[in-house]
Write a protein that binds this ligand. Sequence first.
Ligand code: NAD
Ligand code: ZN
Length: 244
Amino acid sequence: MEDTLRQFVTEAERIVGFTGAGISTECGIPDFRSPGGIWSKYKPIDFQTFLASPEMRREGLFRYLKIKEHVGEVQPGRGHLALAELARNGRLTHIVTQNIDGLHQASGVSEEQIIELHGNGTYAKCLDCGARHELDWVASELDRNPGAPACMKCSGIVKTATISFGQAMPEAEMIRAEAATLQCDLFMVIGSSLVVQPAAGFPVIAKQNGARLVIINREPTPIDRLADLVIHRDIGDVLEMFLT
Ligand code: NAD
Ligand code: ZN
């Protein structure tokens, strides 16, 4: 299987890496499925509930900061570093990620090559004017005031720069992701259960457009049968062959 993966990568000219929570578990960030997970203790709040009141916004931000505190400082893992290596040698054109942890940027891949479908959780943003706010500021506002923090520039609603359940997908990123998917000749799914839509549609589009499809994930996914190669093993163990 590893030989086939190496051959596919060698033969490809335009690779897209499509990553999910599984690429970051070895960095200490639990995916949604891990038993007794932090995600069930501090369950994320959906978008409508977040908007409903300052109390819910406060609670949503508080839960997010709790998860972040629980996870602590994180560094890119072998999967991130392997993709960064493939980007450096020009084979990998884009990484389309469902992750919000910023670890692809931390591995040295340029911002133009990273497409974040679910936003970025390493900072917050004003929903009204788009101004960026740091999480340390959000934490200190929560400490100092009883309600939810308001944007310093326009008094708008401040939320982590993530896309919550119930929130519209980011338009520009969806367009970029589709273009990258249609241009690639190898589409590699890495650590996604492929159950969250519309993200899970991209590998199907790639395959229908003639690209080879590889899925690396510990568990089976609903589209394994479409793939040219499926590897049900640990991501870091598999991808470290691309580390120099
Ligand atoms: P998911 O939790 O649904 O699926 C992750 C998959 O990765 C699982 O099928 C699991 O078996 C597999 N996996 C975990 N560790 C692995 C390893 N070391 N080797 C091989 N396979 C491994 O995640 P998803 O498909 O990304 O969807 C969940 C949503 O949750 C996403 O939208 C994402 O934004 C969000 N999320 C993000 C993070 C993060 O940013 N790191 C973490 C948790 C959840
Ligand atoms: Zn604002």
